[in-house]
Structure formats: C-alpha cells, structure tokens
Design a protein around this ligand. Sequence first.
Ligand SMILES: Nc1ncnc2c1ncn2[C@@H]1O[C@H](COP(=O)(O)OP(=O)(O)OP(=O)(O)O)[C@@H](O)[C@H]1O
Ligand SMILES: O=P(O)(O)OC[C@H]1O[C@H](OP(=O)(O)OP(=O)(O)O)[C@H](O)[C@@H]1O
Ligand SMILES: O=C(O)c1cccnc1
Length: 480
Amino acid sequence: MNYTDLTLHTDKYQINMMYAHWKQGTMNDNAVFEAYFRNLPFGNGFAVFAGLERLIDYIRKLSFGKEILSYLRKQEEGYEKGFLEELSRFRFNGSIHAMREGTLVFPNEPIVRVEARVFEAQLVETALLNFVNYQTLIATKASRIKRIAPDERLLEFGTRRAQEADAAIWGARAAYIAGFHSTSNMRAGMLFGIPTSGTHAHSWVQGHESEEEAFGQFAEALPDHVTLLVDTYDTLRSGMPNAIKIAKQLESRGKRMKGIRLDSGDLAFLSKKARTMLDEAGLSYVKIVASNDLDENIIADLKAQGARIDVWGVGTKLITAYDQPALGAVYKLVARERAGELVPVIKISGNPEKITNPGVKNVHRIIDKRTGMAVSDYMSMTEETEVREGRAIKLFDPVHSHRVKLVEEYDSIPLLHSIFSAGKLTYEMPNLEQIRSYHESQIALFWPEHLRKLNPEGYTVNFSEKIWELKMKLIREHRK
Ligand SMILES: Nc1ncnc2c1ncn2[C@@H]1O[C@H](COP(=O)(O)OP(=O)(O)OP(=O)(O)O)[C@@H](O)[C@H]1O
Ligand SMILES: O=P(O)(O)OC[C@H]1O[C@H](OP(=O)(O)OP(=O)(O)O)[C@H](O)[C@@H]1O
Ligand SMILES: O=C(O)c1cccnc1
C-alpha cells in the first residue's frame, strides 16, 4: 500500500466530470479557476496564506500509476478503457499563479489561479483546497497568537492532538511561518528545518522515587537542556524548591538551567510566585515556560494579570484551530474556452456573497507612497495594464458600490506569482526562513488597526471598473 501517492486525493465527482469531458470531447478545452475564501477566520482582520509548497509537490508528482488505474477500472461507473488510457498519459501541463506563502490575504481575492485543460484543472481542486484551507487557517491562528506575544518565545506543542499526522507537520510549518520559534515534532524539524525543542513529561517525575531524584537525573543526562516540569505534586512547595536545588547544582558545574515549566493551576499566580522564588535564589536567568490549553485569549488575559511567563507552549488550540476548525476557501470557474477563445463566466446565487467574480484576475497591493503602508488590494483583469504601469486607477468597493475612489499616486505590489507555466515549475522556491521573514515584512505593511485581535478595522479589496462592469453585465444577461 502506497500511503503517500496523492493522485487520487480528489473527490469522485472530479473523476466523473473528467470522464464526462472525455466522452463529450471537451477535455482539452482550457479553463481558468480561482481559489479564494469569503470570510476571515476567528474574527481576524487578515489571513496568512500557506500551503503552496505542498501544492507544488503534489502537482509535480501527479500521475496515474498501475495500482490507481486498476482501482479505477473496478469502479461501478464502468469508466471505459480509452479514458483509463488517457489517464495513464496524464500529467499537469497547465499554469498556476499563486500568492507567496506568508502573504497577508483577504476575502474574495484569488490566492491561487489555475489555467489548464479543464481535464487537469478539475482534478486538482480538492487537494488544492485541502492544503490551502488547512495551512492558511493554522498560519492565521498562529499569527493571532504571535500578535499577542510578539516578544516571547512560542513553542508549537500540538502533534498529539492534531487531526492526524499530516496536519501535525504541515500545521507546525504554518505556525513557524507566522512567527512561532520551534516545534516539538521531530519529523517536522527534519523535513522542513524548523528548530525543535522539548522539556519533559509528568511521567519522568512519576517514574522516579522522588521529584528531586527525577530532576537530578534529567539534569545529569542533558545538563545544557534542562527545563523542569514543576507541577507534578505541588508546584510551590515541592516542584520549585527542587528545581532551584538542581539549578544551584548545575551552577556549581558551571552550567545554567534553562527553565521551569508550569502546566496546571493558576498560571498568573504561579508564574509570579515562581519568578520571585527564582530571583531570590539568584536565578533570574531561568525562564518560565507555561502550557495547558493556551490560546491567544488566555495568553492575553494572563499578560493582563501580570503573569511572568517568558515562553508559551501552545498545542491543541493552535493545531486544531479549535475555535474555528475550517477555512471556507472555494475554487470557482472564472473563464472557459468557447470556440477557441477564453470567455469569462459567472455563478449567480440568491446569496449575493456567493455570486462569483468573473474573468481572469490579478491582485495588486496598493501602497501609499507617503507612508509606505498598504491601503487596499486591487483586483483587475489580467489584460488591464494601468496598475502595472502605475497610472491612475479607479477603486470600486464591491461591498459599498457607491464608493469609487480615484488613486493617482501609489506604489503597487503584484501578489500573484507564476508558479507553473505550461507544466514547468517557474517559481524559485524560497526556503522556510525566507518565507518566515517575508511574512514579517508583510505584517509591517499594515496598520495596527487591521492587525488587532478584537474587532479589527476591515481592509478593503477593490475591483477595477472593468471587473465591476463585467460582473454587472453578466448578472443582467443571466436575469434575461
Ligand atoms: N490566571 C489565569 N487566568 C485565566 N486562565 C487561566 C489562568 N491560569 C490558567 N488558566 C487557564 O485555565 C484553563 C483551565 O485549566 P484547568 O483548570 O483545566 O487546568 P488545571 O486543572 O489547572 O490542570 P490540568 O491540566 O491538570 O487539569 C487552562 O486553559 C489554563 O491555561
Ligand atoms: O495543552 P496544549 O496546548 O495542548 O499543549 C500540549 C499539552 O500536552 C502535554 O500535556 P499532556 O498530553 O500530558 O496532557 P495534560 O493536558 O493532561 O497535561 C503538555 O503538558 C501540554 O499541557
Ligand atoms: O516539550 C514539551 O514540554 C511538550 C511537548 C509536547 C507536548 N507537551 C509538552
């Protein structure tokens, strides 16, 4: 059994549509799909795009091998032999544009655009959304935590509670992009080069005759990496005094204990007490690590209570995006080939939010020349050149359509980059450190009003006049 081949990591309806296109003779018609989400998660003011690296790897490896073809042959749909032969020759020969990982992204703007034969573009929908939805969600959650604790160390502890193994490692990577400092997951460390860190569990203490012996043995084994978990029996009466004893023994060997970890009880009260005890013992360099179902709200609360915590270990609430476990990014057809030409298409809905934005689009971030800060994003048709040439543009606010703004003086940053062109990888893949610092530079483009945790100021994604008119025209045509 090959657990790693993702070619069939797709919904059956994609295979059925591919089959129907093959039967109908339209499989080679070109199509353009755009992925975007409609609502920001967690009431946040932005999302952090992630998932591209995995998408690239998936696209490059797509191929229908023998095992897959024989499985498809057995399906009750009775796919014809010619279709399976077609699949055996399949590879992705289309083009993909996407945002760079770590980019701050907003509702309704395309974050990935796929232009390919409909046969190819349809297949990849499910996996693309699966990667992007999860990783973007976790990077966004991690970014919320980072905004609350910008100066402390953030450790990702989530694997044991993650929704299985893939989520654990790609979630750890997403958290690192958004500013976490390390992960406890060794496979994520090895695969992605994320720094790893670890303390010890309660079982280490329970597994010895006394807490003091447990601490002593641990310090003996890893004298340069000692962070002691002090809450197994009684934090202030036993854990802390024993930890201080060990720290002093380490000092006599010229070593410094790194930290103590609190994992239960009132973390504000205990951290203040622990800090005082450490300082009074001349151990002001020993850090205080806290864990126990932490998230950005509890961390903010603990900080407001004056908790003396230097390092936050965050697991469950981060890796599962506990308070909002799904991002709703969708993948919509925006143009299709008709008589050899690409024509824009729309999907109408009674719910205005669900009416799609037609046409093949670019996204630019509009930067105020005076402040260097982002003022809004601007979607235009790929054939429109004004924004690329820095000429005056009209911003149409799609939510408040009476608000039209003429902008003449601005800088603009194109957000969609070529990833694949005619099946060839065109993107020079940044390493994880570069992605992480790119993300930091992205954050610096935004006013704090957009970044705050609670009720952030909405950041606008505008249409060009052309997109606006096209959308209105297609809606009118459909009404008829
Ligand atoms: N001072 C505080 N203010 C707000 N929340 C806190 C404070 N101290 C701890 N918490 C949080 O309260 C929640 C409840 O902790 P809980 O009572 O379940 O843990 P516990 O009983 O102390 O430990 P255990 O994990 O062993 O059950 C945790 O999410 C913890 O992070
Ligand atoms: O609380 P999280 O944010 O998920 O962080 C990871 C938790 O995992 C460990 O606990 P363990 O699995 O031993 O269970 P516990 O919660 O009973 O301590 C650790 O002590 C943290 O409490
Ligand atoms: O290193 C730790 O302290 C750790 C790692 C994973 C989960 N809980 C704690």
